[in-house]
Design a binder for this molecule. Structure first.
Ligand code: OAD
Length: 247
C-alpha cells in the first residue's frame, strides 16, 4: 500500500498529475482492453477501432459502440473515481489525464479532466467535425452529408491536439505523477509518465499487475484502484490535517 514517502510527496506537491486507464473503471463494471478477459481478447481492434474497419462496415462498428454506450449508461463511478475527485479539492492543482472514454471521472466530480482518447457519449462528423449526442444515433451529418462516427480516437489517428499538449505540459511540470490502471503500452499517452519522471516528478503506479512502467516507478502499488486510491487519498487527508497549523 502507499508508502510514507509517497504520502509525504503528495502532501508537499503543488501540482499532482494523474493518468488513468481502463483499470480505474474495471470495478465499476467496464471491461479493460488487454487483460485476459478484456475487449481486445474478444473483438478485433482492426475491425472496430480503425478508420479502415469503419469504412468497411460502418454498421458493425456503430453497433459495437452502441453496445459500449449501453454499458457505460448502466454503471456508476466507483470509490477510486470519487477519491480522485476529492483529492482535486485538497491539492493546489490536479490535472487528471484519462485514456478512458466513459466520462466516469466527470460523473464523480473531477473538474480538470483531459480526455486523450475522446468519449463514447458523442458522435462526430468525419468531415466537418460536427458533434451530436451518441444516444441520438445520427448516421449522416446534416451539415455536410459525411458519415458520423464515434468521437473516440482510433488506431492510426492523431490525438486531439489541445489534449495532448495540455497533458504533456502537465506531465513536465507536476511534482507527483500517479498512473492508475493502465498497461502503459499505448503511445503517446504512455510517454507521459517517463516525461514526468525525466522532469523530476515522483512517479507512482497503481496496478494489481506488473507493467512496463513498473521498473521506472518510485513506488508501484500492487492493488486494485478502489483499494489503493481510497487508501492513498484517506492517508493524504489524515496526514495533511494532522500537520496543518491550527487556524
Ligand atoms: P489496458 O486494458 O491496456 O490496461 C488495463 C490495465 O488495468 C492493466 O494493466 C490491468 O492490470 C489494470 N487493471 C485491471 N483491473 C484493475 C483494477 N481493478 N484496478 C487497477 N488496475 C486494474 O487499458 P489501457 O491502458 O487504458 O484506446 O489501454 C490504453 C488504450 O488502449 C485505451 O484507451 C484504448 C485501448 O486500445 C483507444 O480506444 C483509443
Amino acid at each position: 500500500m502507499p508508502s510514507e514517502t509517497t504520502i509525504q510527496h503528495l502532501c508537499d506537491a503543488m501540482h499532482v498529475c494523474v493518468l488513468t486507464g481502463a483499470g480505474v473503471s474495471a470495478e465499476s463494471g467496464v471491461a479493460t482492453f488487454r487483460d485476459p478477459d478484456g475487449l481486445w481478447a474478444k473483438f478485433s481492434p482492426q475491425e472496430l477501432a480503425s478508420m479502415d474497419g469503419f469504412l468497411a462496415n460502418p454498421e458493425r462498428v456503430r453497433d459495437w459502440y452502441t453496445y459500449r454506450l449501453h454499458v457505460i449508461d448502466s454503471v456508476t463511478p466507483n470509490r477510486a473515481h470519487t477519491a480522485l475527485a476529492t483529492l482535486e479539492q485538497h491539492v493546489p492543482k490536479l490535472t487528471l489525464i484519462t485514456q478512458n472514454v466513459d466520462r466516469l471521472h466527470q460523473q464523480a466530480g473531477s473538474r480538470n479532466v483531459v480526455e486523450l482518447h475522446g468519449n463514447l457519449l458523442e458522435n462526430r462528423c468525419n468531415g466537418c467535425g460536427w458533434l451530436t449526442d451518441a444516444h441520438k444515433h445520427v448516421e449522416i451529418c446534416i451539415r455536410c452529408g459525411d458519415l458520423m462516427r464515434p468521437n473516440v480516437v482510433w488506431f492510426g489517428e492523431m490525438l486531439p491536439v489541445e489534449a495532448i499538449e495540455q497533458a504533456t505540459e502537465a506531465a513536465r511540470t507536476c511534482d507527483v505523477f500517479i498512473c492508475i490502471g493502465t498497461s502503459a503500452e499505448v503511445y503517446p499517452a504512455a510517454q507521459l509518465p517517463y516525461d514526468a519522471r525525466n522532469h523530476g516528478a515522483y512517479l507512482v503506479e497503481i496496478n494489481p499487475n506488473q507493467t512496463v512502467l513498473t521498473p521506472y516507478a518510485h513506488q508501484s502499488i500492487r492493488h486494485t484502484a478502489v483499494k489503493a486510491v481510497s487508501e492513498l487519498v484517506e492517508r493524504f487527508l489524515n496526514k495533511r490535517n494532522t500537520h496543518s497549523p491550527p487556524r
